[in-house]
Design a protein around this ligand. Structure first.
Ligand code: HEC
Length: 113
């Protein structure tokens, strides 16, 4: 009994893996978008390439990915509240893990290219 359950799970995993034709990259892209939404970035920022509209466009945040395409290092520090842009800190500090932030930035980078 126990053995057949294990096999069933293994087969399900293989099926799921081959169903996602773009493999890991498609999953990573979806994960980045999930972090974006769960951190409330879409309150202020639209992401036109992903069909995301800003919930509060009156806040006038630039659409992402931003046009001046800074490095991931800079964006990480900016979103952590460690560096400022034009003399101002970012409106909201990123409160998730470093891993989530990296996933988010990889997603934005993927949309920019
Ligand atoms: C309360 C509104 C608000 C929220 C929420 C918000 N941002 Fe921003 N963000 C801004 C504003 C306003 C700017 C423009 C700052 C400037 O140019 O000085 C900005 C700038 C940026 C930039 C720089 C873009 C560029 O081209 O200059 C990035 C990247 C960014 N935000 C990412 C995020 C991410 C990721 C999240 C979610 C963790 C997020 N923002 C949440 C308001 C917000």
């Amino acid at each position: 009994m126990r053995k057949s359950v294990t096999w069933g799970l293994a087969l399900a995993c293989v099926a799921a893996a081959s169903a996602a034709t773009d493999g890991a990259s498609a999953n990573e892209m979806a994960a980045g978008q999930t972090v974006f939404a769960s951190q409330g970035c879409d309150m202020c920022h639209a992401v036109p390439a992903a069909g995301i509209e800003a919930k509060m466009p009156a806040l006038k945040a630039p659409p992402l990915p931003g046009s001046d395409a800074p490095t991931d290092e800079w964006t990480t520090s900016f979103l952590r509240g460690e560096v400022e842009k034009d003399g101002k800190p970012h409106a909201k500090k990123f409160t998730g893990s470093d891993e989530e932030l990296a996933t988010l930035l990889a997603w934005l980078r993927g949309l920019a290219s």
